[in-house]
Write a protein that binds this ligand. Structure first.
Ligand code: HEM
Length: 261
C-alpha cells in the first residue's frame, strides 16, 4: 500500500477543492447565463407588449423562465439519447434545475405575498383554487428534489433510488405546472386568439408570454410521451417539433396582426 505523506494528502485535498470550486463556478456560470439571457429576452418582450415593467411583469418572467428551464432539463435527456449534439449539455441539468427552482420559488412567493392587489388570497381560495393547489404541489415537489440535490443525499439514498427520485420529481413538477398554467390561462388564451389582448396593452396584437411558454410546454410533453412509447417515435417527435413549434409561433404572431388598430 502506498502511503501518502500527510502534507501531500492535505495538498491533494485542497487542490481537489480548488478544482471543484472552479468547476462549480463554470457549471453555475453557464446555467446562470442561459437563465439571464432568457430573463432579459422575456422581460424586453413583455415590456414592449405592455408598455411598462414592474413586479407584476417580472413575476411573469420568473414563472416563464423557470418553466422553460425545467422543460429544457426534461428535454436534454431524450435529446442526448436520440442525437449527439445535446451530449455536452447533459452536465448542466442539475444547475439549470436549481436555477429554475429558485425562480419558481420566487414566483410563488411574489404571487402569494407581494401582489395582493392583483392576486388577493381570496382569489386563490375561490376561482383560482385548482391552479393554486397545482402550483403549490409543483413548488413542494421542487423543494423536495432541491434538498436531495447533493452528494450526501445521493450516498444516503443510494445512487439508483436518488436518480429515480430526481427523474420522476422533475417530471411530476412539470406536469403540475402544466395543470397550474393551463387551467389558469386557458380561457385568456382562447380569448386572445378570438379578439386579441386588452386595449390597455401597448401591443395587444402580440400574444402573452404565458401563451408562448404554454405552447413550449405542449411540445415538451409531446416529445417526452413519444420517446416513452419508442425511441424511434421520440426522434420523429423531435423533428416534428423543430418545425411545428416555430411555425405555431410565427402563425400566432401573424394571426395577431388582425388586432392592430
Ligand atoms: C413550480 C412552481 C410554479 C411555476 C413554475 C409556475 C409557473 C407559472 C407560469 C408559467 C405562469 C404563466 C405566467 C404568464 O402568464 O406569463 C404562472 C402564472 C401564475 N402563477 Fe404560477 N407557477 C408556480 C407556482 C405558483 C404558486 C405556488 C402560486 C401561488 C402562490 C402561483 C401563482 C400564479 C399566478 C397568480 C399566476 C398568474 C400571473 C399573471 O397572470 O400575471 N404560481 N405560473
Amino acid at each position: 500500500m502506498k502511503i501518502i505523506p500527510r502534507e501531500s494528502a492535505t495538498a491533494l485535498n485542497s487542490q481537489e477543492q480548488k478544482i471543484n470550486w472552479k468547476y462549480q463556478f463554470q457549471q453555475y456560470g453557464m446555467a446562470f447565463t442561459a437563465a439571464a439571457i432568457l430573463f432579459v429576452v422575456l422581460s424586453l418582450y413583455l415590456f414592449y407588449r405592455r408598455g411598462y415593467y414592474d413586479l407584476y411583469i417580472a413575476n411573469k418572467v420568473f414563472a416563464g423562465v423557470a418553466t422553460v428551464l425545467l422543460g429544457v432539463v426534461i428535454l436534454i435527456g431524450p435529446g442526448s439519447r436520440l442525437f449527439s449534439f445535446p451530449d455536452r449539455y447533459v452536465q448542466y441539468r442539475k444547475e439549470l434545475g436549481i436555477i429554475a427552482f429558485l425562480l419558481a420559488l420566487t414566483h410563488s412567493i411574489v404571487s402569494f405575498f407581494f401582489l395582493q392587489d392583483k392576486f388577493p388570497v381570496q382569489k386563490f381560495l375561490s376561482t383560482d383554487w385548482w391552479p393554486f393547489v397545482f402550483g403549490l404541489i409543483a413548488t413542494a415537489v421542487l423543494i423536495a428534489i432541491f434538498f436531495i440535490s447533493n452528494d450526501w443525499a445521493m450516498m444516503t439514498l443510494g445512487r439508483e433510488r436518488w436518480w429515480r427520485l430526481q427523474y420522476w420529481g422533475v417530471r411530476l413538477a412539470f406536469a403540475f405546472i402544466l395543470f397550474h398554467v393551463f387551467i389558469m390561462k386557458w380561457s385568456g388564451w382562447v380569448k386572445w386568439y378570438q379578439v386579441g389582448g386588452s386595449k390597455e396593452l401597448a401591443h395587444p396584437e402580440w400574444p402573452g408570454a404565458g401563451l408562448l411558454v404554454g405552447w413550449f410546454m405542449v411540445f415538451v410533453f409531446f416529445i417526452r410521451l413519444a420517446e416513452f412509447v419508442s425511441p424511434r417515435l421520440g426522434r420523429v417527435a423531435c423533428y416534428i417539433s423543430a418545425v411545428v413549434l416555430p411555425f405555431i409561433y410565427i402563425a400566432t404572431f401573424w394571426w395577431g396582426r388582425q388586432f392592430i388598430e
